[in-house]
Design a protein around this ligand. Structure first.
Ligand SMILES: NC(=O)c1ccc[n+]([C@@H]2O[C@H](COP(=O)([O-])OP(=O)(O)OC[C@H]3O[C@@H](n4cnc5c(N)ncnc54)[C@H](O)[C@@H]3O)[C@@H](O)[C@H]2O)c1
Length: 209
């Protein structure tokens, strides 16, 4: 598998390439050079060619990349040529905002299931998802073959929920809870923290002369 030797920084850039070429395709641009693609992302053309070369020969020397072809290949590489069912755990303020954002669905990422502990929420609809009792976690994950979970519960419950998700068969966790989850090596965890971005802004404003 070529991905094994692919640097993490390259993998992190793949969604950026994908977003760019998708935008170009929607404008009916047919061909893009590595120079132009690099400028859109803010990296040198040599890096673009190197990144994409890990996955095959997509470009033509002196011509560039066929946009439609690159869209298809990036979808395949990123696993976006299929749709994924996700389970949200914690249907609170953040969970609701995530479910109500339409952009994930366009990528084939469907938060079709939700779990919560609050009796006032259980049984309600959140987007397409019915909110189930957290006690149903194992059954829901197993029966629906869910591989990806979105974690948006209070800090103190995050690890035990993660353990249960993994035990039930979840392979990847999109973790919004500000705790480091202790998981087996084969489990992918992506930690998100919006406040880090915001605090970096206050840092720059506070350090201006
Ligand atoms: N990463 C970020 O940028 C970011 C931004 C906002 C919030 N957060 C984090 O996300 C989490 C949720 O924040 P929020 O503002 O949505 O809180 P919230 O209180 O509005 O929602 C939490 C939800 O989790 C449910 N819950 C509590 N214990 C549970 C359990 N054991 N099992 C299942 N559901 C349970 C609650 O009933 C509630 O619906 C917090 O950990 C918060 O720190 C992260």
């Amino acid at each position: 598998m070529p991905e094994i030797r692919t640097p993490a920084t390259t993998i992190e850039r793949l969604p950026l390439y994908y977003r760019c070429v998708q935008k170009l395709a929607s404008k009916e641009v047919e061909v893009i050079s590595s120079q132009e693609l690099g400028e859109m992302i803010g990296i040198p053309s040599t890096q673009v060619r190197k990144d994409l070369s890990y996955y095959g020969e997509f470009g033509r020397r002196g011509v560039g990349y066929e946009v439609d072809n690159l869209v298809k290949n990036l979808e395949r590489i990123l696993g976006l040529n299929e749709s994924w069912d996700l389970v949200l755990v914690g249907a609170g303020n953040l969970g609701q905002a995530l479910v109500n954002y339409g952009g994930f669905k366009k990528l084939g990422l469907n938060i079709n299931y939700a779990l919560d502990i609050d009796e006032n929420k259980i049984g309600n609809k959140l987007g397409n998802a019915e909110i189930h009792d957290i006690d149903e976690l194992e059954e829901l994950v197993t029966e629906n073959n869910i591989n990806i979970a979105v974690l948006a519960v209070p800090d103190e419950d995050a690890q035990q929920i993660a353990d249960r998700l993994i035990e039930a068969g979840v392979k990847a966790i999109w973790n919004f809870v500000p705790v480091r989850l202790d998981v087996p090596d084969e489990i992918e965890v992506r930690n998100e923290d919006l406040s880090i971005g915001l605090i970096s802004l206050t840092y720059y404003l506070s350090n201006q002369n």
